[in-house]
Design a protein around this ligand. Structure first.
Ligand SMILES: CC(C)(COP(=O)(O)OP(=O)(O)OC[C@H]1O[C@@H](n2cnc3c(N)ncnc32)[C@H](O)[C@@H]1OP(=O)(O)O)[C@@H](O)C(=O)NCCC(=O)NCCS
Length: 139
């Protein structure tokens, strides 16, 4: 059995290892900086799944007043396909609803078809749009 709980500072190393194992770190992002930036928000929307005191899953949610966002959803390869990501998504959706968030979005690379399958079976729909970005702080 696993539990889902808000991330704590002590989870830094296991989470960085999890993200690395799941292949979701990107050369242009700094996962450790992301971890601490999110922790300063203290919004309880950064969660881990834990089994036998080991971090096996994560999700980072946020609410900007207009919509919610999901980042860093990851489940350790040895624990996939037993419903952990689904439980993390359901938990974060409940928390977003509780703070009045009316809709939630996320970004997936177009060629990541298995992850798109995962989100579609959770009733996410594709939205045709172009994502634009601009760096505000040089890390
Ligand atoms: C995507 C991910 C989080 C799914 O985690 P998970 O805990 O295995 O997902 P669940 O067990 O809750 O899956 C529920 C359902 O989603 C679908 N699904 C999940 N993974 C899938 C895959 N690789 N291919 C196709 N469908 C998939 C299935 O319908 C599955 O139900 P089933 O196992 O009864 O067939 C996990 O594969 C992962 O960490 N991937 C690497 C990191 C990543 O790409 N994250 C997303 C960043 S946007």
């Amino acid at each position: 059995m696993f539990i889902i709980r808000p991330t704590e500072d002590k989870d830094l190393d296991p989470i960085l290892e999890l993200w690395e194992n799941c292949g979701i770190t990107r050369p242009w992002n700094h996962p450790e900086t992301d971890f601490f930036r999110k922790m300063t928000q203290k919004d309880n929307l950064f969660l881990v799944a834990e089994k036998d005191n080991t971090v096996i899953g994560s999700i980072m949610g946020g609410y900007d007043g207009h919509r919610g966002w999901i980042h860093y959803l990851a489940v350790h390869p040895s624990h996939q396909r037993i419903g952990i990501a689904t439980a993390l998504m359901q938990n974060i959706e409940r928390r977003l609803i509780a703070v009045g968030c009316p809709k939630v979005q996320l970004m997936v690379r177009a060629d990541n078809t298995s992850v798109i399958d995962f989100y579609e079976q959770l009733d996410f729909e594709k939205i045709e749009s172009v994502s634009l970005g601009k760096r505000l702080i040089k890390d």
